[in-house]
Write a protein that binds this ligand. Structure first.
Ligand code: TZD
Ligand code: CA
Length: 528
C-alpha cells in the first residue's frame, strides 16, 4: 500500500531533501519509522541547534533543508533561530509532529494547540493539513513555497496518525512537479536603469546578502568594474557579496542612518542590490540619503522593496537583472579605483592577545577558500578589514542578530560544503546559546574549526551601553567559562592558545586534522 509516509519520503527524495535535521519526540516517531538508507538524520540536542544547523545547511547549499521538531515545545525552542532564518531568506521546511487528530481537541499531552499560529510571524506559510490524505500535497507545497523568491522558512504540523494512512489517488503527480520563477526586468525597466546609471556622475554600489545568496558575486564585480563604482557591503552584513581585497571594495557600511549618509556622501546615485534599505541597528538619526543622492534598489523581496523609507525599487531575480545590466551597460570612462590600504599589524601589549592579531594569523594560515561563520559581535569590523574573502559563500553571520546561530550553523555549512573548510569564530557569550552543536560536530565528524574568543564579557553590549549612555547595567560579564572542558564534554578535541605563536600552532594543527577542533583564545575586548 502506498501510504502518506511512503509518498512523503518519495517527494523528499525527489526534491533532494534527504538530510533531516531534528530532535525527536513521541509525535515524530511514526514519521521516522523505517528511516530510508539513502536519507541521513542529523540529531541536534536542542532545537535551537537543530534549526541553526539546518539554516547553515540551507544557506550554504542554496536549496531547502528539512527540519523535524517536537510539537510545540520543540518549535518554541527553535524560534530564536527562526528569526535569523527569516531575515537570511533561508528555505527551511520545518515539520513538527502533532498529537493524533482525535486527541488535539482535549489537549492531550503534546497536542500542539493552534499549531499553525505558533511560528508566526517568522515563517512564510504555516499550516496543518485538514486531513491525512492532504499531507503529501501540503509537504510539496511547503517545499516549493520555501524555495520561491524571496526564499524563507515554512512550517507544517503533521498529526502522527496521518503517516500510516493510504495516500490519495494521484499522489504520484507531486513527485514530478517543478516550480520555477522568472524575474527579468522588462526592456523599459532595464532601459531606465541603464539610463540612470550612465547619467550618474559618481555612482556607488551597495551590496547585500542576496547577491551572495543568488551566486551573483562575479556579476557584482563586473558591474563595479564596468562603471568604476566603489562597492560597499550593506549594513548588518550576514554574507559576503564581494571579494574583500578587490580594488573597488570599500568595506561594510555602518548600521545607522547618519553613518550611512556620511559614508556615501558625494555620490549622486546609490545602487543597492540584494539588501533591504537598510538594516539599521543603533539609532543615529539624520538624513536618510546624502545630499543630492538618489537611491535605486534591486531586490528579490517585495517586502524589502515596499518598506524602504526612500528610493525606487525593482523587484526581481537579482542574478538575471545584474547579468542584463552587465551585458548592456557601456564601459565607464572614469579612472579605475585604487584598493584600500591594508591595515597595519597592531602592537601586542604582552597581556591578552588582540583579536586583530588573531585575524592576521587566520588570514595567513586559513585555506584560500575557507568559509567563515562569525558570531563574535565586538570584532566584526576588525574581521572584515583583516581577513580576505574571495569566493562566493565565504561568510555567514546571524541575519537577525539572534545569537546561537554561529556554532550550529558552522556545522550545517560544513555538512553542505564538505570540500571547503569551515572556520567558526565565536564569542564566549554567543557560544553558549548553541553549544550543544559541538556534540553533533563530534558525532558526525564534521571538521569545523571552532575558535572561541574569550574576553569574559558581552563586549558589544559594553560598547552599546556607552552609545546609549547606560551606566551600571548588570549582566554584561561572563566569567568562569572553560570552553576546552565544555568541548571535551561534548566529545570535541580542544586546545587553548594565549599567544600569537600558540594560536598559529593550534590553528595549523586543527586544519591538518579531519575532525572538529575547538581553540579557546583569551582575548582583549575591542570596539565593533
Ligand atoms: N540573546 C540573543 C538570543 N541574541 C542577542 N543578540 C542577545 C541576547 C543580545 N546580545 C547582543 O546583541 S551582542 C551580545 C548579546 C548578549 C554579546 C555577545 O557576546 P560575545 O561577543 O562574547 O559573543 P563579543 O565579541 O564579546 O561582543
Ligand atoms: Ca565576549
Amino acid at each position: 500500500m502506498n501510504t502518506v509516509h511512503s509518498a512523503c519520503y518519495a517527494i523528499l527524495r525527489q526534491q533532494g531533501l534527504t538530510t533531516v535535521f531534528g530532535n525527536p519526540g513521541s509525535n515524530e516517531l511514526p514519521f521516522l519509522q523505517g528511516f530510508p538508507d539513502d536519507f541521513r538524520y542529523i540529531l541536534g540536542l536542542h532545537e535551537g541547534a537543530v534549526v541553526g544547523m539546518a539554516d547553515g545547511f540551507a544557506l550554504a547549499s542554496g536549496g531547502p533543508a528539512l527540519v523535524n521538531l517536537h510539537a510545540a515545545a520543540g518549535t518554541g525552542n527553535g524560534m530564536g533561530a527562526l528569526t535569523n532564518a527569516w531575515y537570511s531568506h533561508s528555505p527551511l521546511v520545518i515539520t513538527a509532529g502533532q498529537q493524533v487528530r482525535s486527541m488535539v481537541g482535549v489537549e492531550a499531552m503534546l497536542a500542539n494547540v493552534d499549531a499553525a499560529q505558533l511560528p508566526k510571524p517568522l515563517v512564510k506559510w504555516s499550516h496543518e493539513p485538514a486531513c491525512a490524505e492532504d499531507v503529501p500535497r501540503a509537504l510539496s507545497q511547503a517545499i516549493h513555497l520555501a524555495n520561491q523568491l524571496p526564499k524563507g522558512p515554512v512550517y507544517l504540523s503533521i498529526p502522527y496518525d496521518d503517516w500510516s494512512h493510504e495516500a490519495a489517488a494521484g499522489v504520484e503527480h507531486l513527485l514530478q512537479r517543478q516550480v520555477a520563477s522568472a524575474g527579468l526586468p522588462s526592456s523599459a525597466q532595464l532601459q531606465r536603469l541603464v539610463q540612470q546609471l550612465t547619467a550618474a556622475h559618481n555612482p556607488v554600489l551597495v551590496l547585500g546578502p542576496d547577491v551572495d545568496g543568488s551566486g551573483s558575486n562575479h556579476l557584482a564585480v563586473q558591474l563595479a568594474e564596468k562603471l568604476r563604482m566603489p562597492a560597499w557591503v550593506a549594513p548588518s552584513a550576514s554574507r559576503c557579496p564581494f571579494p574583500t581585497r578587490h580594488p573597488n571594495f570599500r568595506g561594510v557600511l555602518p548600521a545607522a542612518i547618519a553613518g550611512i549618509s556620511r559614508c556615501l556622501a558625494g555620490h549622486d546615485l546609490i545602487l543597492v542590490v540584494g539588501a533591504p534599505v537598510f538594516r539599521y541597528h543603533q539609532y543615529a538619526p539624520g538624513a536618510y540619503l546624502p545630499e543630492g543622492a538618489r537611491l535605486l534598489q534591486i531586490t528579490c523581496d517585495a517586502g524589502e522593496a515596499a518598506r524602504a523609507p526612500m528610493g525606487d525599487a525593482l523587484v526581481g531575480d537579482i542574478g538575471e537583472i545584474l547579468q542584463a545590466l552587465v551585458w548592456v551597460l557601456p564601459e565607464g570612462d572614469r579612472p579605475p579605483l585604487q584598493a584600500l590600504p591594508r591595515p597595519q599589524p597592531v602592537p601586542e601589549q604582552g597581556g591578552l592577545l588582540r583579536p586583530e592579531t588573531l585575524f592576521d594569523v587566520l588570514d595567513e594560515l586559513a585555506p584560500r577558500d575557507a568559509i567563515y561563520v562569525k558570531e563574535s559581535t565586538s570584532t566584526v569590523g576588525a574581521f572584515w578589514q583583516r581577513v580576505e574573502m574571495r569566493e562566493p559563500g565565504s561568510y555567514y553571520f546571524p541575519a537577525a542578530g539572534g545569537l546561537g546561530f554561529g556554532l550550529p550553523a558552522a556545522v550545517g555549512v560544513q555538512l553542505a560544503r564538505p570540500e571547503r573548510r569551515v572556520i567558526a569564530i565565536i564569542g564566549d557569550g554567543s557560544a553558549n546559546y548553541g553549544i550543544t552543536a559541538l556534540w553533533s560536530a563530534a558525532q558526525y565528524r564534521v571538521p569545523v574549526v571552532f575558535i572561541i574568543l574569550k574576553n569574559g564579557t558581552y563586549g558589544a553590549l559594553r560598547w552599546f551601553a556607552e552609545v546609549l549612555q547606560v551606566e551600571g547595567a548588570p549582566g554584561l560579564d561572563v566569567p568562569g567559562l572553560d570552553f576546552c572542558a565544555l568541548a571535551r564534554g561534548y566529545g570535541v578535541e580542544a586546545l587553548q592558545a594565549t599567544t600569537r605563536e600558540a594560536f598559529a600552532e593550534a590553528l595549523s594543527q586543527a586544519l591538518a586534522g579531519d575532525g572538529p577542533v575547538l581553540i579557546e583564545v583569551p582575548t582583549l575586548t575591542i570596539e565593533p
